[in-house]
Design a protein around this ligand. Structure first.
Ligand code: AR6
Length: 204
């Protein structure tokens, strides 16, 4: 594990009893998730996820950063994809990025308000991205905080969805992935993820 990854702290349970969450399966699951605060375009891994818009033709935020770092060939390949629906995902090469692939997913536009549809759509972004990753033999993947920037999905519920979908997926697909990185950019997300990850991915 590279030194820049925030290691999850080990924590012991008070009664020391073996619960479902302290099983061997849970331990190996916990060892596969990391928290990184910084620019996703720097990650030398199999795939980074882009929080794109439905045109897939670039924009601001992390999408703009990824297109700038990957170069014009990424834009050219994105043009061939003819867009992507909300909650779905499409894959391209990484071009000038250190990552081999970019998985573009389109988060819901929440503007500060969430309902069942926006929650389901955000969950679907994580599920579709992981499905596509598995189909393309991606062994390491990094997610930005999809929809929580320009699209205005509140940070805390977005983190709950991201973490629960990833945990569920890793349980169902224990041999499909070596590492899933939650790449946060802002201090607020770093704090939220650190707290929630220490609760959800604790190793006894
Ligand atoms: N690395 C990692 N995370 C980043 C980076 C980066 N280089 N830059 C920003 N973030 P946003 P959205 C964080 O707005 O809300 C675009 O115009 C950012 O701080 O990029 O899904 C698209 O084309 C935030 O935590 O994506 C769409 O039109 C997170 O990435 C629209 O924005 C997501 O913020 C999508 O909006």
């Amino acid at each position: 594990i590279p030194s820049w990854l925030e290691d999850l702290k080990n924590k012991s349970t008070s009664d020391g009893e073996e619960t479902e969450d302290t099983s061997l399966e849970h331990k190996s699951l916990c060892q596969k998730v990391s928290l990184f605060r910084g620019d996703i375009t720097l990650l030398e891994i199999d795939a980074i996820v882009n929080a794109a818009n439905s045109s897939l033709l670039g924009g601001g935020g992390v999408d703009g950063c990824i297109h700038r770092a990957a170069g014009a060939c990424l834009f050219a390949e994105c043009r061939t994809l003819i867009g992507c629906a909300t909650g779905q995902a499409k894959i391209t090469c990484g071009y000038n990025l250190p990552a081999k692939y970019v998985i573009h997913t389109v988060g819901p536009i929440a503007r500060g308000h969430i309902d069942e549809t926006t929650r389901d759509d955000l969950a679907s972004c994580y599920k579709s991205s992981l499905k596509l990753a598995k189909e393309n033999n991606v062994r390491s993947i990094a997610f930005p905080c999809i929809s929580t920037g320009i699209y205005g999905f509140p940070n805390e519920p977005a983190a709950d969805i991201a973490l629960s979908i990833v945990k569920e997926w890793l349980k169902k697909n224990p041999d499909e992935m070596d590492r899933i990185i939650f790449c946060v950019f802002l201090e607020v997300d770093f704090k939220i993820y650190k707290k929630k990850m220490n609760e959800l991915f604790v190793i006894d």
